[in-house]
Write a protein that binds this ligand. Structure first.
Ligand SMILES: Nc1ncnc2c1ncn2[C@@H]1O[C@H](COP(=O)(O)OP(=O)(O)OP(=O)(O)O)[C@@H](O)[C@H]1O
Length: 269
């Protein structure tokens, strides 16, 4: 039965390679207008899951019989959407997505506008305005004329974010969006994600920093070994009983004196 849930719903998602199951019967719910954090140790399957959700990698079937995987957004089957249509709905910001092309930052961000214009048309004034707005929102306006290949890791990260913002997606999937960013830039990036969510966008971000997740996310999905081991509100997932067996560290949870959100402290136990 089709779901009318607003946001992203994925069910029975599996993916494997060379006989090894990397994602094992994963289900994800990412509500619209919320920031969902995708957590898990190295190699737990976060990047693979984001790529499968984005349609870059095809989900496999868990069992030969029974229903196959589903990925729906606002009730529509994402995998059934033509590629161009899907690019109008969702943006994927991958980790360290490099380019060897001699592109300026502005041109790279303008690529985000392609799904929104007719196939033979060039960039319109509106496209360029959208690109500059996205660059400003991502804190990368001063980089507009630079060549992407000459940027630092953190500068490149902002450009990836700007390209996704220029796409004006209703669903944004980000793999480690704070990678390479200094602390002020990390907080800025998470603010951008919160603002998108406030505008009704469905935001899913793979994060390693559990304190950043604690301070920013509404909803969390925790992967371990390619399976979902916990999902729910921040206060239910970021607790020692859930985190300690997954990460193999001791966890203490304090309460932030101003925000009331959890603040985590770790040691090797
Ligand atoms: N194309 C591939 N070929 C072989 N193994 C793969 C492939 N893609 C992913 N894997 C393996 O699948 C597992 C999950 O990888 P994935 O990149 O999804 O994890 P992750 O949770 O994003 O990790 P990290 O936090 O280290 O970025 C890893 O063990 C990885 O080596």
């Amino acid at each position: 039965m089709p779901t009318t849930q607003r946001g992203l719903t994925a069910e029975r998602v599996s993916w494997g390679i060379d006989g090894q199951l990397i994602l094992d019967d994963v289900g994800v719910l990412a509500p619209a207008g919320a920031v969902t954090g995708l957590l898990g140790p190295n190699g737990s399957g976060k990047s693979t899951l984001l790529r499968v959700l984005a349609g870059v990698q095809q989900a496999g079937r868990q069992a030969a019989s029974g229903p196959g995987p589903t990925t729906t957004f606002d009730g529509a089957d994402l995998r059934a959407l033509p590629r161009r249509e899907r690019a109008r709905v969702l943006a994927l910001v991958e980790q360290d997505a490099g380019t060897d092309l001699p592109l300026t930052v502005l041109d790279a961000v303008l690529l985000g506008r392609i799904p929104h214009r007719s196939l033979l048309a060039g960039d319109s004034d509106a496209d360029r305005a959208a690109a500059h707005t996205a660059l400003a929102a991502a804190g990368a306006q001063e980089l507009a004329d630079r060549e992407v290949g000459t940027l630092s890791g953190g500068e490149r990260q902002r450009v990836h974010m700007a390209r996704a913002l220029a796409q004006r997606p209703r669903l944004i999937l980000l793999d480690e969006p704070t990678n390479h960013l200094d602390i002020a830039a990390q907080l800025h990036a998470m603010r951008v994600l919160r603002d998108l969510a406030a505008d009704g966008v469905t935001v899913v971000a793979a994060l390693h920093d559990l304190n950043l997740a604690a301070s920013t996310c509404d909803h969390l999905v925790l992967l371990d070994g390619g399976r979902v081991v916990a999902a729910g509100p921040v206060g239910e997932v970021l607790v020692p009983a859930v985190l300690e067996p997954v990460y193999g560290v001791r966890v203490d949870v304090l309460t932030h004196p101003r925000t009331g959100r959890p603040v985590l402290s770790f040691d090797r136990g």
